[in-house]
Write a protein that binds this ligand. Structure first.
Ligand SMILES: [Zn+2]
Length: 339
């Protein structure tokens, strides 16, 4: 039996040394030291020994068990150490490597200009309202006093989805939608994308942005319109800015005007930027046509109002002195980062 014990001991130690991972080590533990293990079986067979030999042999088995456990413990420690070393090696950080640059997005000049315009009008008590980009012909044209035979409705200028639905050519249909709701007074701006069948060049694009403005209340006069837009121009281009209203024609306003601001580059003396005139055109405006009010269910004898439309790109181009509109749509990060 002593030889058998010796054999178990030698085999166990050899297996422990050969085991390369914690699982293999555990297998040895179970098969040698476990309840059904070899050592336990040997203890059970002690009854074959003479009674006087049993204590000494029992002691021997226990010593062997202790020795195997010790070897196993050391193997385990060694294994943990190697695992830790491997882990540290694989997770090593080379602090001399250049850091990865976080690429942070940048606001588009259009967005910066829009937020500026919104800030100004919200400061004057206006609401910001959005409308659909795919619009009924009815709202885009008819309700804005643009009859069926008007040149603006030409297929050359407008993207038609079908006979009754168009990609809106202006943000003005939002006016009709808001007036129709009948909640008065109205004081709103409506920024958004509009579409025209234009070729792309330095000043044109088939898709661009407008900001519509509308005020409807009792006793609104052209003086209110002038005061509001003068204040807007001063906020946007600087306190020295002068405004000039030139008579113009729009179907949905009467009287109508185009607004020029004094050149913020030369102060009105004339320069390359303002093409020598000292003035820069920025928007169209007018008093809401009584017929438009009527079509939207508002009594023109009780209420009056004014409307204006600004090209957002026009403001961004002027404010940031960009000479080609195409730059705004190319999404070249080197360009966009300048603003
Ligand atoms: Zn100028």
């Amino acid at each position: 039996m002593k030889e058998k014990l010796q054999k178990i001991r030698e085999e166990a130690i050899a297996r422990i040394k050969a085991s390369g991972n914690p699982d293999a080590l555990n297998e040895v533990r179970v098969s040698v030291l476990g309840k059904k293990g070899e050592l336990t079986a040997l203890l059970k067979s002690m009854k074959e020994l003479a009674p006087e030999d049993r204590p000494a042999f029992g002691q021997l088995v226990n010593d062997t068990r202790a020795e195997i456990e010790k070897v196993m413990e050391e193997a385990k420690k060694n294994m943990d150490k190697l695992l830790l070393e491997a882990k540290l090696k694989s997770e090593v950080i080379d602090v001399t490597l250049p850091a990865k640059k976080n690429s942070v997005g940048h606001r588009h000049p259009n967005t910066i200009a829009l937020e500026e315009v919104e800030r100004i009008f919200i400061g004057m008590g206006y609401e910001v309202i959005e409308g659909p980009e795919v619009e009924y012909d009815l709202y885009n044209f008819e309700k804005l006093n643009i009859p069926a035979n008007h040149p603006a409705k030409d297929e050359q200028d407008t993207f038609y989805i079908n006979k009754d639905i168009v990609l809106r050519t202006q943000t003005s249909p939002v006016q009709a939608r808001i007036m129709e709701k009948g909640k008065l007074p109205i004081r709103m701006i409506s920024p958004g994308r509009v579409f025209r069948s234009d070729e792309v060049d330095a000043t044109h694009s088939p898709s661009f942005h407008q900001i519509e403005g509308l005020v409807i209340d009792k006793n609104i006069t052209f003086a209110d319109l002038k005061g509001t837009l003068e204040e807007f121009a001063k906020e946007l281009f600087g306190a020295e800015t002068k405004t000039k209203f030139r008579p113009h024609h729009f179907p949905f306003t009467e009287p109508s005007a185009e607004v020029d601001v004094s050149c913020f580059k030369c102060g009105g003396k004339g320069c390359r930027f303002c093409k020598g005139s000292g003035w820069i055109e920025i928007l169209g405006c007018g008093m809401v046509h009584p017929h438009v009010l009527e079509m939207c269910g508002i009594d023109p004898n009780e209420y009056t109002g004014f409307a204006f439309g600004v090209g957002l790109e026009r403001i961004a181009l002027l404010k940031y002195e960009i000479d080609d509109m195409r730059l705004l749509y190319e999404n070249d990060i080197r360009f966009l980062k300048q603003f």
